[in-house]
Ligand binder design. Structure first.
Ligand SMILES: C[S@@+](CC[C@H](N)C(=O)[O-])C[C@H]1O[C@@H](n2cnc3c(N)ncnc32)[C@H](O)[C@@H]1O
Length: 279
């Protein structure tokens, strides 16, 4: 079992041994990170109120904080809004981890809902489904790039994207221009993607994939997190960040191949060659 960490706001997260990172920012707090870096910046509550429904693509389901916080915030404002969430996750054990996690009391009801689902198989994927109280949650288990390609072929478009893999240095295959283009095709022009990452390579990659980007005020650290949208209303980037994106030698995106099959190490090595760093 991954070891437990109590984060700055008192909520619990786990340390993931495979990636060598915690699932959440320990300094911001697991719950606070979800609320401030994902739920508020993507405007899912506002969208659910305006349209009576909202659809969310959740990349990296993990311990389910982003999903549970989104449902909780939307339900505080509307008992009837239809919430449609599709999550992408490679680790089939996440539900065992969630069962053992000490979850915050104020999210208990929503976690009970999330844990009331069933596993099934569809095409080549194991899928976990919850369909209750106007919430539809589908967690598709598989390699993220493959699952996103599959969703993209189905022609689905989401109102918001929570983009939350582990950090670019250890989870590089999930942060390339190629995958961002795929995600862009899964969004409406006014949909907003939010990520905790402040990496120049990630920001530059989002821009190259056709997004405009914006900055979200820091929580638990100095750097701003990032939002991206084709044409939605997002906060601006600062002049200083614009200059860094234009001039920094590290403002070079990560690239996969066209099939999105390069290994994490190949992607990282190619990037290091581009920035002139010896591995
Ligand atoms: C930082 S955690 C997500 C935390 C989660 N959003 C939450 O709110 O609790 C990153 C998640 O991305 C998943 N992940 C990493 N690489 C992946 C890949 N290539 N395909 C699919 N999922 C991946 C990990 O298994 C992990 O559960």
């Amino acid at each position: 079992m991954d070891s437990r960490i109590i984060t700055a706001d008192g909520t619990e997260t786990l340390f993931n041994e495979e990636f060598g990172e915690a699932y959440h920012s320990t300094k911001a707090g697991a719950y606070t990170e979800s609320l401030e870096k994902f739920i508020k910046p993507t405007k899912v509550v506002e969208k659910s109120l305006k349209n009576g429904k909202v659809s969310i693509l959740d990349v990296g389901f993990g311990l389910g904080y982003n999903v549970s916080t989104a449902i909780s915030e939307i339900r505080k404002n509307s008992n009837t809004a239809v919430i449609d969430i599709v999550s992408v996750e490679k680790d089939i054990n996440v539900f065992n981890k969630i069962r053992k996690l000490n979850k915050p009391n104020f999210l208990k009801e929503v976690y009970d809902l999330i844990l009331s689902g069933d596993f099934s198989s569809q095409f080549e994927y194991k899928i976990y489904t919850v369909n209750k109280d106007n919430v539809s949650l589908k967690v598709i288990f598989g390699e993220g790039r493959k699952v996103l390609k599959f969703l993209s072929k189905e022609g689905k478009k989401f109102d918001a994207v929570f983009y939350d893999p582990f950090s670019p240095k250890v989870n590089t295959e999930m942060w390339t221009v190629n995958i961002f283009k795929l995600v862009r095709n899964l969004m409406m022009d006014d949909s907003i993607l939010a990520t905790y990452s402040a990496s120049l390579a990630v920001r530059k990659g989002l821009i190259e994939a056709g997004f405009k980007i914006g900055l979200v005020d820091p929580v638990g650290r100095k750097s701003f997190s990032t939002v991206a949208s084709v044409n939605g209303e997002i906060p601006p980037i600062t002049k200083k960040e614009k200059l860094r994106l234009e001039n920094s030698p590290f403002a070079v995106p990560y690239y996969d191949n066209d099939d999105l099959t390069l290994s994490r190490n190949e992607i990282l090595r190619n990037w290091q060659l581009k920035i002139g760093k010896k591995s």
